[in-house]
Design a protein around this ligand. Structure first.
Ligand code: AMP
Ligand code: MG
Length: 408
């Protein structure tokens, strides 16, 4: 049996981006840029004014107040070509307009009498003040974005500033989702005695979509070899296949056998994690195949701990694990040795420390505790008793910090 950490390492080693595509800047938000990008021109493209005011020669303004003749005007959008600041003169200028030849400082309008023909400066002038220099933001020929960067509004802004209409981003993997079991009824149907609704397909699709991949629900494979063959084959056309249930040791658990019949190479089966012990991982050519246990809590936790990091890597992300931090336990927790235990917890932030308490009944069949939990605690395999006051590792579950006390 692989340890939790080993299983994750193996999965991440096998996961790689599935390609690159060109999209518009708005479609690129949240996506990852694969390439280093070099500026085609200096930004700003010319020396320009940081203020509405007057372009001056600082040598003329050693003593204040001093009065200069207003010899020209450069509004925003004007080229400023042919305009020069002669000794004893000032040129009226607007923010962002090219600073004229001869000037080495800008005086803001608030530091003058705002004169039209003559202007009187009220404050001492320092050489270089309020002049933005050509290329001071990004110089031509230098990198302005590195490969691996996630596109956010600032990246959209700099890409747009350099005139990029389309950008290369890593492609979003298509993720097939297959449920297995004779007990399943599709959402919208009425479950009879012994039947349950196929809720895993929806929650897996939601998790896949939430992180920016494309879910494709394949449906239900019934507990026969033929049904599994047909549905698994369909799922293997995607970039990633996730199955739920049918992966334990029961005589109706057919997923692994039928996958191997289809030429899928099993990489591992069983991991030292609770919940989620029967998780299997396999590869079909370049397609990762995750066989997750069917119990909804186990399905969601194994998705979170194993599938999500792999999908993030496939999307081109470099940081694929959620940040883990320490929290002080509010109560004792015991566990069996040998497996990492994932505990559904709630968090509070108080006087500089995080505190964790159980979100409720930790039995794997209790779905409500998953709904109530804000975070997951990762208790190490070797530990058996964690006392109130001990520090444990936790990470958030989901992207919604608004659920955490004291973070409002
Ligand atoms: P299995 O691994 O096939 O024994 O399934 C384990 C348990 O997971 C079953 O008892 C079901 O209650 C539950 N389960 C399996 N598939 C689903 C599903 N698609 N949606 C919700 N619950 C499921
Ligand atoms: Mg089953």
């Amino acid at each position: 049996m692989l340890s939790f950490e080993q299983a994750r390492q193996v999965i991440l080693k096998k996961s790689a981006p599935v390609g690159i595509e060109q999209v518009t800047l708005l479609e690129a938000v949240g996506r990852v840029l694969p390439h280093d990008l070099v500026t085609p021109w200096d930004m700003p493209r010319w020396d320009n004014s940081a203020m509405d005011g007057y372009a001056v020669r600082s040598a003329d303004c050693r003593q204040v107040p001093c009065t200069l003749k207003v010899s020209g005007y450069i509004p925003a959008g004007a080229s400023g070509e042919g305009v020069k600041v002669e000794p004893g003169c000032a040129v009226r200028i607007m923010t962002g307009a090219p600073s004229p030849a001869g000037c080495d400082a800008i005086v803001s309008v608030e530091e003058t009498d705002d004169g039209q023909l003559d202007v009187t400066l009220l404050q001492p002038v320092i050489k270089g003040q309020h002049v933005r220099l050509r290329g001071e933001d990004v110089a031509s020929g230098s990198f302005f974005i590195r490969g691996g960067t996630i596109v956010r509004p600032p990246e959209v802004n700099i890409l747009a500033s350099f005139g990029k209409v389309l950008v290369d981003v890593y492609r979003r993997p298509v993720v097939a989702i297959l449920s297995t079991g004779d007990e399943l009824v599709e959402l919208g149907g009425v479950p009879g005695p012994g039947e349950i609704i196929n809720s895993n397909a929806l929650s897996l699709a939601a998790a896949v979509a939430e992180m920016g991949c494309i879910p494709r629900i394949v449906g239900i494979a019934r507990d026969t070899r033929e049904s599994h063959l047909e549905k698994l084959q369909e799922g293997l056309n995607a970039d990633v296949l996730i199955t739920s249930a049918g992966v334990s040791a029961g005589d109706r658990d057919l997923v692994r056998d039928v996958l191997s019949e289809l030429g899928v190479e099993q990489i591992f089966w069983k991991v030292g994690i609770k919940p989620g012990g029967p998780t299997a991982f396999a590869m079909f050519k370049t397609t990762p195949v995750f066989s997750l246990p069917g119990n909804p809590v186990s399905t969601m936790i194994t998705f979170e701990e194993f599938v999500r990091p792999a999908l993030l890597k496939m999307l081109g992300h470099q940081r694929v694990l959620r940040p883990t931090f320490k929290a002080v336990l509010r109560e004792d927790i015991g566990k069996k040795p040998g497996k990492v235990q994932i505990v559904r917890v709630n968090l509070e932030f108080d006087e500089g420390n995080w505190f964790a308490s159980s979100a409720g009944n930790q039995a794997t069949a209790i779905l409500k505790t998953m709904v109530d939990a804000q975070a997951l605690a990762v208790l190490p395999a070797e530990g058996v008793f964690f006392a109130k006051g001990d520090e444990i590792d936790v990470h958030f579950y989901g992207n919604y910090c608004d659920r955490v006390e004291a973070l409002q």
